[in-house]
Design a protein around this ligand. Structure first.
Ligand code: SF4
Length: 353
């Protein structure tokens, strides 16, 4: 079999995807570039980067290149008597036939995606739903037809954008194959949402979350422990829990605050205007928030920022992408948070902190 250079070329991938999409080796398909909002005062992900939509035909061409890699790996596997199995020998054989693939930006990603079963894809960048509905539907249909092994296709979405789509449009997008939305809730506290320039109210988050779920999407809401600092932690904890209770999403995911360089909140932190919580205070806030949760979601701590340690020195909270099922495991999580607080107290007494 010969590899035809004209059939495979570089395609675009963005930098960011949620941790759970990295864990499942999701295929990354860049549908838009950067963030159309780009004003949240804690976020430096796309600072200085210009937002743009990609023409659907360009995205479709990228999908075709990915599918071409899959097809040719599969043909090579059969030729080498691996009966379609993708393994290192197959990948090496393909690289030997076409050495230009050694510097191909997406070849390794597609190979690892296939090794992981080829089941999940993530549409980049920060707010895919901002695309015109008919164009997004066209891209999704093409993706599902070209790569039929996909079981889950996910994307980030802003609450504001979800609210701007009609219920019918959301259903059409879901039926075309986008199955899970990751939303940056950050907080349910109205004053804090305003302070960080999230561009959405607590009520707006609730409305959008319910609307997304009514259309059929699995909903994953990210919140940011520590975002309120010493001044607003209590309202942040209680109001975030209340908003999440109202939405009752499938997942909530903790992505703890840190002062990201180049952000307005980092400047406030450096000047002393914003006072960051200590590790102990972070756990106290987390405990208050968890105590106030009264829903049936899975609670996940799958971001590396959930750093607290337990008494044996291991990570306090599981970083599983499926997290803890509430309410069944609520008492267990609260017990772990108490253990984390005791561990920090012990560290202080013994001078380890
Ligand atoms: S919407 Fe998301 S990506 Fe955009 S600035 Fe806010 S947190 Fe960052």
């Amino acid at each position: 079999m010969s590899i035809e250079p004209a059939t495979i070329k570089n395609f675009e991938t963005g930098v960011y995807r949620p941790p759970s999409e990295g864990g499942s080796h999701s295929l990354l398909i860049r549908v838009t570039r950067n963030c159309p909002w780009n004003r949240c005062t804690f976020c430096n992900m796309y600072k200085g980067e210009e937002y743009s939509l990609r023409p659907p035909q360009e995205v479709i061409a990228d999908i075709d290149f990915m599918a071409a890699i899959c097809k040719q790996l599969s043909a090579l596997s059969r030729q080498l008597n691996y009966e379609g199995e993708i393994n290192r020998n197959v990948a090496m054989a393909m690289l030997n036939k076409d050495p230009t693939l050694n510097s191909h930006a997406g070849f390794v990603m597609v190979y690892h995606w296939l090794l992981a079963g080829g089941k999940t894809a993530f549409l980049q960048d920060a707010n895919t739903l901002i695309m015109a509905t008919d164009e997004l539907v066209e891209v999704l249909r093409h993706l599902r037809e070209s790569l039929p092994s996909l079981e889950r296709v996910t994307s980030y979405a802003r609450s504001k954008t979800i609210a701007q789509k009609s219920a019918e449009e959301l259903q059409e997008i879901y039926k075309a194959g986008l199955t899970r939305l990751h939303v940056g809730l950050e907080s349910g506290d109205p004053a804090l949402l305003q302070k960080i320039t999230k561009g959405v109210t607590a009520h707006g988050h609730i409305k959008a979350g319910k609307k997304a779920m009514a259309a059929g999407f699995q909903l994953s809401e990210y919140w940011m422990p520590g975002l309120g600092g010493k001044a607003m932690w209590e309202d942040h904890a209680i109001n975030t829990a209340q908003v999440l209770n109202e939405i009752n999403p499938h997942y909530i995911r903790s992505r703890p605050f840190y002062p990201a360089p180049g952000t307005a909140l980092c400047e406030e932190h450096d000047s002393g205007e914003f006072q960051q919580l200590t590790a102990t205070e972070q756990l106290i806030e987390l405990k208050l928030m968890i105590e106030n949760l009264d829903f049936t979601a899975r609670v996940c701590f799958d971001h590396a920022g959930n750093f607290w340690r337990g008494k044996d020195g291991d990570l306090l909270l599981s970083q599983s992408y499926e997290g803890y099922q509430f309410p069944e495991q609520k008492a267990a999580v609260l017990g772990l948070l108490d253990e984390g607080l005791q561990t920090l107290q012990w560290a202080r007494v013994t001078g380890w902190e």
